[in-house]
Write a protein that binds this ligand. Structure first.
Ligand code: FEO
Length: 401
C-alpha cells in the first residue's frame, strides 16, 4: 500500500523506511533505522527528485505511481548516485521511458558504471543551470564531496525548497511525522544527525563549508534531505549545527573519556579520573569503553565535546587494538582542534601513551596536556595523586576554554 506525505500543494515525499538493515553502508549500526527520501514535484511538467534504496524499491515505485496518478513522468533529477538513492533508478527509468534524466557530468559517468541504459536520455547540468517546469524554476548547485564528488543540490527558486542530497540528513526511520518541527529534534534526533554527519560526511568539512556559504546566498524556506525529517522551521538552528560539525568546533564544553581496557584496571583508573573531574566542578563528563561502544558513536562524541581523554592499555607493545582503531577513525575523518589528555597502562612496558601521542600529532591543531598518568597493571594508591592532578589539569583546561 502506498505511503506518501504532502509537503506543499504540489510537492510530495515518496520515500520509505528501512528498520531491518543492521549496518548502513555495511559499516554503521542503525538500531534507529533509516529513511530513504525521494520527492515528486507536480507542475506542468512532473519531476522525480532522486530514487531510493533497493530495500524499499517496490513501495517507492508504488508511491511514485500514486502521486503521478496516471500522469507521465517528465524528469528524473539525480542529485546523488550512491546506491541508497539510485538503486531504483534503472527500474523507474524503464517504467517511464519518456522521462529525461537530469544530473551532473560525474553522475552520468557513474550511471554508466552502475547501470546499462541509454545514456542519450541523460541531460548533464552544471552549477547555475536552470530547469523550468511550469510554475517552478529549479536551479542546480554543485556540492562535490557532500558526500561523493558527483553530488549536486537542486534549489526550487519559486518555493525556496532546497533538495540537499545527503546534507542535513540523519540516521533514523521516520515515525509518521515528516517534518522536523513535528518532533523534538534536539532530544530525539540530534545525536543521530551528529553521528550521521560525522561518520558519513565528517571528513569533508571544508567542502561542506563551501556549500554552506553558497546556501547562505539562497532564500531557503524548506530543506528536503535524502534521509530523515524535512525542515521548514528553525532552519538556521540546524545550519548552525552543521557549521559546528563542518569546522570541527565543539558544541559542548565538557569532557569525554575514551577507555581501552583489557581486564578492567584501565577502566578503574578512568572512572577515578571521571569522578575527580566532576569533583573539580566539570559535570559534563562521559566515559566510553571503546570495545563496547561502536566507533561511529565515539566519533560523534569526539566532535561534540571540547576536551577528550584517551586512557589505554598496551597490547602487543602497541595501543590497545580498539583504541588504535578509534584513533585511526579520528584521523581518517580529519578530526582536529581539541585539547586532550592521555593515560596509559602496561604490565611490563607501558607504550600506549607514547603511541597515542604520536597518532594525535598526525591530526591538526591538537593540544596534548603535559600532565599524564602511567601505571603498571593496576592503579594503586600511589597513583591517586597523579590521577587527581590530571583531573585538575583537564578541569582547568575546560574552565579556561
Ligand atoms: Fe545517503 Fe551518500 O548516500
Amino acid at each position: 500500500m502506498y505511503n506518501v506525505k504532502k509537503i506543499t500543494d504540489d510537492l510530495f515525499w515518496v520515500g520509505g523506511n528501512d528498520r531491518r538493515l543492521a549496518l548502513f553502508e555495511n559499516v554503521y549500526p542503525i538500531p534507529e533505522g533509516i529513511s530513504y527520501n525521494s520527492y515528486v514535484l507536480m507542475d506542468e511538467k512532473t519531476v522525480l527528485l532522486d530514487t531510493a534504496d533497493s530495500a524499499i524499491m517496490e513501495l517507492f515505485m508504488e508511491n511514485v505511481k500514486a502521486v503521478l496518478n496516471g500522469r507521465k513522468l517528465d524528469y528524473i533529477i539525480v542529485n546523488h548516485m550512491e546506491p541508497d538513492h539510485s538503486a531504483s533508478l534503472m527500474r523507474i527509468a524503464e517504467l517511464y521511458p519518456e522521462a529525461r534524466i537530469v544530473t551532473s557530468a560525474k553522475a552520468k559517468t557513474m550511471m554508466g558504471q552502475f547501470f546499462d541504459f541509454d545514456m542519450d536520455r541523460v541531460d548533464v547540468v552544471k552549477e547555475g543551470d536552470t530547469l523550468t517546469t511550469g510554475r517552478h524554476t529549479l536551479t542546480f548547485v554543485a556540492a562535490p564531496m557532500v558526500h561523493w564528488p558527483e553530488v549536486i543540490f537542486t534549489f526550487d527558486q519559486t518555493d525556496g525548497t532546497l533538495f540537499s542530497a545527503d546534507a542535513f540528513g540523519t540516521f533514523g526511520a521516520l515515525n509518521g511525522n515528516l517534518f522536523a518541527d513535528e518532533v523534538n529534534f534536539e532530544t530525539e534526533w540530534l545525536a543521530s544527525a551528529r553521528r550521521y554527519y560525522t561518520n558519513i560526511v565528517g571528513k569533508y568539512g571544508p567542502q561542506v563549508q563551501k556549500v554552506l556559504e553558497k546556501a547562505g546566498g539562497l532564500n531557503i524556506r524548506r530543506i528536503c534531505p535524502l534521509h530523515g525529517p524535512v525542515w521548514r522551521e528553525n532552519i538556521g538552528w540546524f545550519i548552525d549545527r552543521y557549521q559546528h560539525w563542518a569546522t570541527c568546533t565543539p558544541e559542548d564544553k565538557g569532557v569525554v573519556i575514551f577507555v581501552g581496557s583489557i581486564y578492567g584496571h584501565t577502566q578503574n583508573a578512568a572512572d577515578v579520573l571521571a569522578s575527580a573531574i566532576a569533583d573539580e566542578g566539570i559535570h559534563n563528563v562521559k566515559v566510553y569503553d571503546v570495545s563496547v561502544t561502536d566507533a561511529s558513536y565515539l566519533l560523534a562524541e569526539a566532535f561534540r565535546a571540547s576536551h577528550l581523554v584517551f586512557a589505554s592499555a598496551t597490547y602487543n607493545n602497541e595501543i590497545f587494538t580498539n583504541m588504535e582503531h578509534f584513533l585511526m577513525e579520528l584521523k581518517e575523518h580529519a578530526f582536529h582542534s581539541r585539547t586532550v589528555a592521555v593515560m596509559e597502562n602496561g604490565t611490563w612496558a607501558p607504550q600506549s601513551g607514547k603511541k597515542i601521542r604520536a597518532m594525535l600529532e598526525e591530526m591538526k591543531d591538537m593540544t596534548v596536556l603535559d600532565q599524564t598518568v602511567t601505571f603498571k597493571s593496576a592503579p594503586k594508591e600511589a597513583q591517586r595523586a597523579d590521577i587527581l592532578a590530571l583531573a585538575k589539569a583537564v578541569a582547568d583546561a575546560v574552565k579556561a576554554s
